[in-house]
Design a protein around this ligand. Structure first.
Ligand code: ADP
Ligand code: MG
Length: 506
């Protein structure tokens, strides 16, 4: 009997060991599958400097094509009619409306007449109510006008009105607009989740001024610009070596100063200074050299604007978290390392850029922040440290690609204007070894760049790789806080009906 019992016990032990080994083998297989998904992602997102330089070249080529003719490229290269920038000599009180994507800002800026002498500035920020994003143009502009009116009344409470003339404002409206003049333009299309159909094809300033009249506010819009042009204006006001501006926030875009004779499609328009700021609308840039994944393709197909804004969909804040969400969803479907598939993983845009940044930059040994966000936002709990590390790795791959592509975009602008050290371009660039290479400043604004340190570091690293140390030391990326709004006010001043003397040339 003793022998039989021992035999049974041995058999049972073997069975248990078998189960344990079986479980381990299965778990190893699942982990291998997940690692396979990660490897595939890493490979598809690779951005070695050789590939980035191809993107740089493609950007410069598309810029040429977009300047040559309307519709010549996916890059619209829109005329802004901004042919003189504020110089620092502007005087007076000006207002600005900064209507970007996530937030809406109202500003009042007092200018003292000496460079960098913004005497005071007041800003009020409000989130744009969700329902207005898909409402009517009248509802939207009535909201904007009433917010502006309250702000003006609060600011001027008790004090003398700024002058006898009507108040003037700069409207910073950061959507693709075909400018008719410096103070008028037609909305081409909505981006960043807006869809107010009756407004597409309409003149934007007319809609604002009609709402101002309805609200009883005596104010005229001296300029219509976008955030990139506003940022360029403040950048140039602070530092005359500023040649371009880049926005990396909810969306992404860039503008730069172009020689009038290089803007072939502009011939016939009068440009007084020989230069004009060109609004690239670079979010719509596309090139076969861009490293695209199946997640990008799905994100695009499921977006309200498929085949549009391809560059923006790989770079900007509104999309980055959603790429990461899609990768985690796929891993979760292929194995149970995240537990049962959470229904939260199927909600578009649930993982926003600040959460992505918080997970990526979590430096606690146990990755507590990752754990918290997985639990609270995605309802994924009890995952091992190994899995949390995997999530950080996904964030890193997606953010690194985005930042490096943005750097390549900047490289493309520098190449086009001959400030990349290659000796080409249209602005008399110099060779890499030339110690006299001109100081070149690019103004940058947007929450993704300013608030996400890893993004910023990856962008700088890539730009250094693209340009090489010798050239990169002459290129300065400068944050211009609130540039989009303040720049709008500065441009209103520079183009004010009462400031004909304020014409600064560059
Ligand atoms: P807008 O582009 O609407 O004018 P901002 O320039 O302020 O607004 O950028 C806001 C965007 O920046 C957010 O939608 C988000 O994508 C990104 N962002 C803001 N804060 C952070 C953060 N801490 N980490 C990462 N991204 C952020
Ligand atoms: Mg903005």
């Amino acid at each position: 009997m003793g022998k039989v019992a021992a035999g049974v016990a041995a058999l049972a032990a073997c069975a248990v060991a078998g189960v344990v080994v079986g479980r381990r083998v299965r778990s190893r297989r699942k982990w291998k599958r997940v690692v396979g998904v990660l490897k595939e992602l890493e490979e598809a997102c690779e951005t070695p400097v050789g590939r980035l330089r191809q993107v740089v070249d493609a950007m410069a080529v598309e810029m040429h094509a977009g300047l040559a003719s309307e519709g010549g490229s996916k890059l619209k290269m829109l005329l802004t009619f901004v042919d003189h920038l504020p110089t620092g000599s502007e005087i007076g009180t000006y207002y600005a409306l900064d209507f970007g994507g996530t937030n809406f800002r109202v500003l009042r800026v007092q200018l003292g007449g000496r460079r960098s002498s913004i005497l005071s500035q007041d800003v009020e920020q409000r989130p744009i109510p969700q329902h207005l994003m898909t409402s009517t143009s009248e509802d939207l502009f009535d909201f904007i006008a009433s917010t502006l009116k309250q702000f003006v009344e609060k600011e001027e409470n008790g004090s003398e009105p700024s002058s006898v003339r009507a108040r003037e404002l700069g409207l910073t409206f950061s959507f693709p607009v075909r400018q008719l003049s410096i103070h008028s333009g037609i909305l081409i299309k909505w981006t960043k989740g807006f869809a107010i159909e009756d407004m597409v094809g309409k003149e934007v300033v007319g809609l604002l001024e009609a709402a101002l009249v309805r609200s009883g506010l005596d104010m005229r819009a001296a300029v219509l610009v976008n955030d990139a042009v506003g940022t360029l204006a403040l950048g140039h006001y602070d530092d005359a070596d500023t040649v371009a501006a880049v926005i990396i926030g909810t969306g992404t875009n860039a503008c730069y100063l172009e020689r009038a004779d290089a803007i072939i499609k502009c011939q016939g328009h009068l440009i007084t200074s020989g230069c004009m700021a060109v609004n690239m609308e670079w979010g719509n840039f596309w090139s076969s050299h861009l490293p695209r994944t199946s997640y990008d393709i799905d994100l695009d197909l499921e977006s309200p604007n498929p085949n549009d804004q391809g560059f923006e969909k790989m770079i900007s804040g509104i999309y980055l978290g959603d790429i990461v969400r899609r990768v985690i969803l796929r891993m979760s479907q292929e194995s149970d390392i995240f537990g049962p598939v959470s229904s939260r993983l199927s909600i578009p845009f649930i993982l926003q850029a600040p959460l992505l940044a918080a997970m990526h930059e979590d430096d606690s040994p146990e990755l507590k922040e990752v754990d918290k966000i997985l639990k609270e936002t995605l309802e994924i709990s009890e995952v091992s440290l190994k899995v949390r590390k995997l999530v950080v790795r996904i964030c890193d791959v997606v953010t690194r690609r985005a930042a490096r592509l943005a750097a390549a975009g900047i490289g493309g602008i520098l190449k086009k204007i001959g400030r990349d050290g290659s000796g080409g371009g249209v602005a008399g660039g110099r060779s890499r070894s030339d110690p006299e290479m001109r100081r070149t400043v690019v103004a940058i604004e947007g929450g993704l760049y300013t608030s996400y340190m890893m993004f910023r570091e990856y962008l700088h690293e890539a730009l250094n790789e693209i340009l090489g140390e010798d050239v990169a030391q002459h290129v300065i990326l400068k944050v211009t806080e609130d540039g989009s709004g303040i720049g709008g006010a500065l441009l209103a001043a520079a183009n004010s009906s009462s400031s004909v003397d304020n014409v600064g040339k560059w």
